[in-house]
Ligand binder design. Structure first.
Ligand SMILES: O=C(O)[C@H](CS(=O)(=O)O)OP(=O)(O)O
Ligand SMILES: [Mg+2]
Length: 236
């Protein structure tokens, strides 16, 4: 099985996804938030790229969520913090979500046969589902503002280690995949330190979202695997 890691959205040419399963990773915070929203009972998450699109798509009973510059968008119901997506608020509801990097990355991956949302929180479950889908796998690190982001890279390494532990066939990976696997192995016992010291981690802590950084750094605390079905991510 071939595993390819892509470092950021800007590197995600559509032909790299053909006939593959894509796992889109935005640890801080979009894909962690999507996992939290589905765990809280949301009916589905509709990822969109722009604020205008999100507003245009809003229908009765749905929620608008997302951020720009790490802050909730004016007039939206929710921001991009997993903490906000409680059962009381989201159960049974569709959520239209737009974020700076994560929802763009999800759109870039749409050419894949299957699109999953991966995070540290659901890495093992995500790896299991991807193996069941029996395609080569592309791990798209959303990155931040078209650059590589450490938290997404180390999560790609964790998912590769879970694929190795669970799968029966040998994995072949690109050099970035091998590097991220090495990064994960060398930092597994102090992931929070790594992530809280990353550019995005520091930015979120500065804006008062330190609890999100802690929550998003937890490994394998969820078995939810968000999967694209039509225009929406649902529990796979
Ligand atoms: O809200 C977030 O955590 C980030 C904000 S930033 O652009 O990295 O500052 O957006 P995301 O799309 O979840 O990476
Ligand atoms: Mg991010």
């Amino acid at each position: 099985m071939q595993i390819e890691v892509i470092s950021n959205v800007n590197e995600a040419q559509s032909e790299r996804f053909s006939h593959r399963t894509a796992i889109v990773i935005d640890v801080l915070r979009a894909t962690s938030t999507i996992v939290a929203a589905l765990a809280a009972g949301a009916a589905g998450i509709v990822p969109v790229e722009t604020v205008l699109e999100a507003r245009a798509l809003l229908c009765d009973g749905q929620l608008l969520a997302g951020e720009r510059f790490c802050r909730k968008i004016p007039g939206f119901h929710l921001g991009n913090s997993p903490e906000e997506f409680t059962t009381e608020i989201v159960r049974g509801r569709r959520v239209v979500l737009t974020t700076t990097n994560g929802t763009r990355a999800l759109h870039k991956a749409m050419r894949a046969d299957h699109v999953l949302a991966g995070s540290l929180n659901n890495a093992a479950a995500c790896a299991r589902t991807a193996l069941e889908l029996r395609r080569d796998i592309v791990l798209l690190c959303a990155g931040s503002h078209d650059e590589f982001a450490l938290e997404d890279g180390v999560c790609a390494g964790l998912i590769i280690s879970q694929l190795q532990a669970t799968g029966s066939s040998p994995l072949e990976m690109n050099d970035l995949g091998a590097a991220m696997l090495g990064l994960y192995r060398n930092t597994a016992d102090h992931l929070y330190d790594l992530i809280s010291g990353s550019v995005t981690g520091k930015r979120l802590i500065k804006y008062g979202s330190g609890r999100d950084v802690e929550r998003c750094s937890q490994v394998n605390c969820s078995t939810i695997v968000p999967r694209m079905q039509g225009d929406m991510l649902v529990q796979g």
